[in-house]
Each structure stands twice: as structure tokens, then as C-alpha cells.
Design a protein around this ligand. Structure first.
Ligand code: PMP
Length: 284
């Protein structure tokens, strides 16, 4: 596989980052995941906008222009022959040459890494036909989940705990309400209303969420941005998640309780179809 590192395209075994890199010793970096369908990038602009917000929040200099990121992503997709899959991008505060809590001088070059993963069946995903089983777990992450940092240990622990309970993933609960999934935004449907938590520091501002809510609005569905409890979710008509790599994915069970019919719901299926069709058309 060919990967990108600070301006170079290298075989993965030759791409090396310092042991002093702030990303490695401090999880001091941010990332983005952009899906690829038909060899093209899905919602590149949305992910670029959030990358800038994350970098700004951490005062990490953005080392590349939008065009430079676009060129690098396209080059990786082409060199690695990706038809369906994703591009992972990580920008860290770079290598200060020593370990220190203080940020290094502002002229320290950030480290930019990007690579691809091939995922055939991303659009025609069999999981969309069966739906996901979710368990709820306490949200024990830090308080700035709106910044997409590479500090992913709690989400990893929660996914492992969910799998150990025979579920596919977890929804995280804080003060009695669902914040989001370990790596996705969470939704329920009551009657004709799609309900999803409002934006704040408590959740990642999903780029897929933004697009799906826009499409729901265009399709004259009603949307309520508010917190909901696990109990409300268990008695909802449907439940689903969104993320850049899962698109829209139905949830059919929460803590062992079937949601609605216990089968993927029609609204989640419709939103998945609209999202994939529209985003495929706009891919670059
Ligand atoms: N919340 C969390 C915690 C996530 O990790 C992700 C995906 N990285 C999302 C939500 C979904 O965001 P997006 O739609 O931009 O992939």
C-alpha cells in the first residue's frame, strides 16, 4: 500500500514518524475519515470544514490547502486502486524533539499522514439489511467530543465491551440521555419525527449527520434536535446511526429490547438510499 507522509507518497513500510511525535506520546492530533464510492470522495468539503474546526480548536496550524489535501487523497485512491473504501487523514502537532506538556514553538511542522483502506461492499452493506444490536454504556470520554482527536481509547473500550455482550456497538449515556455512538451519531424515530441530540461539546458534529438532516428536511420529514433517554429509544418506532463509513445504518435492538418491529425500519432505509444516491452524485 502507498501512504502519504508530509508531502511524500511512500510504501507503507518506509513511512516513519518520530517516537517524539505529539500524536504518539500525547494523542495530540486530529483526524478525518472520508468515504470513497466509485473511486470518488464523498463530502470532501464537509470533512475539510470540520478538519479546520478541529485544528483551530487545538491551535494546530493547518499545513495544507484544501487543494493539496484533495490532490493527496485522489493520488492515494488512484495509486491504491480504491473503488469502495475510505481515506484516513491524521494531522498531529508534530515532533518537538522531546516530551513536554507545553506545546512546541508554533513553527514546528505538523505531521500529516494519510492512507486508504479498501472496503468493498460499503454501499451494498449486508449489515444495512439486518441492522445493528446496540447496548448502552456510560459515556466516560473527555468533555470536548466536538474536536475529532485521535484519542480513541474509550470508544475502543466501549466497542470491546459491546462485543463481549454479543452486541455490534454501544450508545453512550451521560446524565440519563444518549450522547452518541462510539463512532457514530444516534437517532430515533417517533411517528414521523426524527430525533437526534443537538450539537454541543458533548458530541462530534457528524458530517453525515449534517447531510442526512438536510436531506430529511428536503424530503419534508420533521426533525427534532434534542437529547433522548435509552428508554425512549427502546420504545421508539425506529432507531439508526450515521457516520462517514456506515452512512445510515438501522439499529434493531437496544439492550436486548427490539426497536419497533425488530427489523430495519422504512425511514432509515429511505434515508440510507437518499444519502448514498445524493452523495454519489456529488462525489469528486
Ligand atoms: N460521533 C463520533 C464519536 C464519531 O467518532 C463519528 C465518526 N468519526 C461520528 C459521530 C460520525 O461523524 P461523521 O458522520 O462525520 O463520520
Amino acid at each position: 500500500r502507498t501512504v502519504y507522509l508530509n508531502g511524500d507518497y511512500l510504501p507503507e513500510a518506509e513511512a516513519r514518524v518520530s517516537v517524539f511525535d505529539r500524536g504518539f506520546v500525547m494523542a495530540d492530533g486530529v483526524y478525518e475519515v472520508v468515504s470513497v464510492l466509485d473511486g470518488k470522495l464523498i463530502d470532501f468539503e464537509g470533512h475539510q470544514a470540520r478538519l479546520k474546526r478541529s485544528l483551530d480548536a487545538l491551535e494546530i496550524r493547518n499545513p495544507l490547502s484544501d487543494d493539496e489535501y484533495l490532490t493527496a487523497f485522489r493520488e492515494l485512491v488512484q495509486r491504491n486502486g480504491i473503488d469502495e473504501g475510505l481515506v484516513y487523514l491524521q494531522v498531529t502537532r508534530g515532533n518537538p524533539g522531546d516530551r513536554d506538556f507545553a506545546y512546541p514553538p508554533a513553527d514546528t511542522p505538523p505531521t500529516v499522514v494519510a492512507f486508504t483502506q479498501s472496503k468493498p461492499g460499503l454501499a451494498d452493506n449486508p449489515a444495512a439489511r439486518t441492522g445493528l444490536k446496540i447496548v448502552t454504556l456510560p459515556d466516560e470520554r473527555w468533555g470536548r467530543r466536538d474536536i475529532k482527536t485521535v484519542q480513541l481509547l474509550y470508544p475502543s473500550m466501549a466497542k470491546m465491551a459491546a462485543k463481549a455482550q454479543g452486541a455490534d456497538d454501544a450508545w453512550l449515556v451521560q446524565d440519563g440521555t444518549v450522547t452518541e455512538g462510539t463512532s457514530n451519531n444516534a437517532y430515533i424515530l417517533r411517528g414521523n419525527t426524527i430525533i437526534t441530540r443537538e450539537l454541543s461539546h458533548d458530541i462530534l458534529h457528524g458530517i453525515t449527520r449534517q447531510a442526512v438532516l438536510r436531506f430529511a428536511d428536503e424530503a419534508q420529514m420533521s426533525v427534532e434536535e434534542r437529547a433522548f433517554t435509552p428508554d425512549e429509544a427502546k420504545s421508539a418506532d425506529e432507531a439508526f446511526i450515521t457516520s462517514a463509513s456506515a452512512f445510515v445504518m438501522p439499529v434493531v435492538e437496544i439492550d436486548g429490547t427490539p426497536v419497533g418491529s425488530g427489523k430495519p425500519g422504512p425511514v432509515a432505509a429511505r434515508l440510507r438510499e437518499i444519502y448514498i444516491d445524493e452523495m454519489r452524485r456529488r462525489a469528486i
